[in-house]
Design a protein around this ligand. Structure first.
Ligand code: SF4
Length: 365
């Protein structure tokens, strides 16, 4: 066991492996230890990522109408959430949406489609979009998130220029049947393995705040470590009305920081992304979370609105960090953003996305 979080950080910097006991201590730490915990996690973050923040931008290629029943998801079968529902974006629209995020400073574009997994035709459709994107923006990384992959599909994506594949484990194996019955944990692990085998950078993370115990959360984080995920997005449950988890508010801002710190201590040199729900759960502690996480999504999420893109860029600059530029590209000064602050920090309910992909309105970037 360690004497202090700083002592634990030094141990991790020397190549230590976080134990279950260490992880329990992080999650059980008191509010008056929070700043010490963050400062210690920041040592690891700085050692591996200096003062950079990786900015990622989501494009929801196909929204809603999913046949799967993931309890946390506003796009699930039977969801009564009044989200935007549309089938595949046209390649020009996908390109336009992606370009907004890139102009605002994103070095990675994440192309996402609802559904259990893509058909071969869907993979071809995305491959064509990616080829176009790479021609226009050769320095920008592209991540695809299309669900469970069949044999050969990861290779096809790789050949088209896709850099990474996202498929979140979301929660622990023991908890998985409670959040989804139409596919299982092993399906998810297999897809991450297929992506990795094809040479795609594996991106796999969590959704926290769904009622998981600390032990289940630690299992999930250790599973991600085992899986060798290159980037770990941590989503904080957005409990949409009209979904089974409606009204589930189990997180505090301080506990969100402990969870991020747990991931940082377990996987010190892995990209750690504060993802969906950060505004409503971290609230005024978002800038503090930048000292632990080194990555975020800019602008809107798949079906809800994030805080104004410019507010994110300002937060990064105000906290003394810089946006990581795509290799070989310059980040525009004061890039992107709108003055629209409709979903600013402190908003309680998820604000359903009504702009960007699938609408005639300008995106939030
Ligand atoms: S998480 Fe993906 S697979 Fe599950 S319901 Fe939502 S869109 Fe469908």
């Amino acid at each position: 066991m360690f004497n202090s979080f700083h002592n634990l950080a030094d141990r991790q910097l020397a190549g230590g492996i976080l134990t279950r006991e260490d992880a329990q201590a992080i999650l059980a730490s008191a509010d008056d230890e929070l700043l010490e915990l963050v400062a210690a996690a920041a040592k690891l973050r700085r050692a591996h990522f200096a003062d950079t923040v990786k900015v990622n931008y989501l494009v929801n290629l196909k929204s809603g109408l999913c046949p799967e029943d993931c309890t946390y998801c506003s796009q699930r079968l039977g969801s009564a959430a009044e989200i935007l529902k549309y089938t595949w974006l046209k390649p020009e629209e996908a390109a336009e949406q992606a370009a907004s995020g890139i102009r605002a400073g994103a070095s990675r574009v994440c192309l996402v489609a609802s559904g259990k997994g893509p058909t071969d035709r869907d993979v071809d459709r995305v491959a064509t979009m990616v080829q176009g994107l790479k021609d226009e923006h050769p320095h920008v990384e592209v991540c695809a998130c299309l669900g469970i992959l069949k044999d050969g599909q990861a290779d096809r994506l790789k050949a088209a220029g896709v850099d990474a594949y996202n498929h979140n484990l979301n929660t622990s194996e023991s908890n998985y049947a409670d959040i989804c019955t139409t596919h299982d944990y092993a399906d998810r692990v297999r897809t991450v393995g297929k992506a990795k085998d094809a040479g795609l950078s594996p991106c796999s993370g969590l959704i926290v705040g769904m009622g998981e115990s600390n032990e289940e959360l630690i299992d999930a984080v250790f599973a991600l470590r085992e899986l060798g995920s290159d980037s770990i997005p941590v989503n904080f449950l957005m409990p949409f009305d009209g979904t089974p988890l409606e009204g589930t508010w189990l997180l505090t801002p301080a506990h969100c920081l402990r969870i991020l710190a747990l991931v940082r201590f377990a996987c010190p040199d892995t990209e750690l992304r504060m993802a969906g729900g950060r505004e409503m759960h971290l609230r005024s502690l978002q800038p503090l979370a930048l000292h632990v996480a080194n990555s975020l999504f800019l602008g809107d999420y798949l079906t809800s609105e994030g805080q104004a893109a410019q507010a994110d860029l300002d937060m990064i600059a105000d906290a003394g960090f810089t946006v990581l530029a795509p290799a070989g590209a310059a980040v525009p000064a004061a890039a992107g953003g709108t003055d629209d602050d409709s979903a600013a920090a402190g908003t309680v309910e998820p604000a359903i996305r009504r702009r960007g992909a699938g609408t005639g309105l300008a995106p939030n970037a």
